[in-house]
Write a protein that binds this ligand. Structure first.
Ligand code: UT7
Length: 353
């Protein structure tokens, strides 16, 4: 028995917020944002996060030609849930029409998809389950402080999903290296959200308007390059592979400079690194499944190739995983699932956030 990703899909909200839009209310410039991050624009969602997740999930199910009821588990990787309970996964489960699967969320921030992928492969390889729907979905725009130029320009909203299942053959997860450096947790932190809120003695108004993102960009930058390069090497070693065996690397899309520096450090040719952050910014746990879907749409993934996933995020977490791609690189079916239209501009949407 082998295990493969057999379906994939994405959902990008239609409303675009361009770098130039920030110039109208922040002391920043398109030139600064592009040269320091590589981001040109990002999407802002007019719907709740689980609606993005639902549309991406429907595309992934159609791509694998599977029904929602055939899924044994639904996992949503997110750090921007609508509720603490019920889980985001159970909301998506209801939306897609599954009535009995196991449903749970994973929060390791931007590494959530790779943590979820490792969990899903583990559950399937141990025969606990046969088919799992894994979704990375985020509505980061809701939590941003739009007056802070160092964070506001970085993020965007999106969702991506995959179906993972057992198949004939010997495709597998070759290696997965997951880690977390808790001593650095404060470098990227969303305070005032959760059961600590009342301890901070905030008024109701402050609680709802101020989530307080603690952010040390340079610390996260250094951690990202160091740990992704280290874990990539360790994963290759564990899998008994070299970088030459890797067809494509799909990294978390946070900053083009982070990806360039990581690639240099672990002898990964930049041509093998898939980058789409210019269009979407950092969409946290959604960034890898969206990039994976676009890599397939652009014929960047070959049959039976090896794919390396790399990620870092709040925690500070880090992740590297190597999988075999299967023999199918086209979706079996297409879904017509889409979001409702939005008549608002990006600036109008963030004024509501
Ligand atoms: O998925 C995990 C999420 N976290 C990340 O992805 C963050 C990783 N870190 C980064 O991507 C980079 O550190 C940043 C893009 C956040 C910042 O780039 P940097 O090259 O590390 O810039 P810096 O923090 O050293 O700031 C340089 C200058 C500062 O001004 P001074 O002190 O030199 O006068 C900042 O105040 O750039 C200023 N600055 C800006 N200027 C114009 C910070 N943000 C902006 C901005 N526009 N948006």
């Amino acid at each position: 028995m082998g295990i493969e990703i057999t379906g994939w899909g994405k959902c990008l909200p239609p409303t675009i917020l361009k770098n130039e839009d920030f110039e109208t209310f922040l002391d920043t410039s398109n030139e600064w944002i592009v040269s320091r991050t590589g981001v040109k624009e990002r999407r802002i969602s007019h719907v709740p996060m689980t609606e993005l997740a639902t549309v991406a999930a429907k595309h992934a199910l159609a791509s694998a030609d599977k029904t929602a009821e055939e899924m044994d588990a639904i996992i949503v990787a997110t750090c921007t849930p609508e509720y603490t309970i019920p889980s985001s996964a159970s909301r998506v489960q209801e939306n897609i029409g599954n009535t009995s699967a196991a449903s749970f969320d994973i929060n390791s921030a931007c590494t959530g998809f790779v943590y979820g992928l490792t969990t899903a492969y583990g559950l399937i390889s141990s025969n606990v389950m046969n088919r799992i729907l894994l979704i990375g979905a985020e509505k980061v725009s809701y939590f941003l402080d739009w007056t802070q130029r160092d964070t506001a320009v970085l993020f965007g909203d999106a969702a991506g999903a995959v179906v993972i299942e057992n198949v004939d053959g010997d495709s597998k997860l070759h290696a997965s290296k997951l880690g977390c450096d808790p001593a650095q947790g404060k470098a990227l932190m969303l305070k005032n959200f959760g059961s600590n809120m009342k301890l901070n003695n905030l008024s109701i108004e402050e609680e709802t308007n101020f989530f307080g993102l603690t952010f040390d960009g340079q610390e996260v930058f250094k951690h990202a390059v160091r740990t992704m390069a280290k874990l990539a090497k360790e994963a290759l070693e564990e899998a008994n592979l070299t970088m030459e065996d890797i067809e494509l690397c799909i990294p978390h899309q946070a900053n083009a400079r982070i990806l360039q520096a990581t690639a240099r450090r672990c002898d990964l040719p930049l041509e093998k690194v898939f980058i789409n952050l210019d269009k979407y910014g950092n969409t946290s746990a959604a960034s890898i499944p969206v990039a994976l879907t676009e890599a397939l749409e652009q014929n960047k993934i070959k049959q039976n190739s090896k794919i390396l996933f790399l990620a870092f995020g709040a925690g500070l977490t880090s992740a590297a995983a190597i999988i075999d791609w299967g023999s199918r690189i086209q979706s079996i079916k297409k879904s017509r699932a889409t979001l409702p239209a939005c008549s608002k501009t990006g600036l109008e949407l963030i004024n509501q956030a």
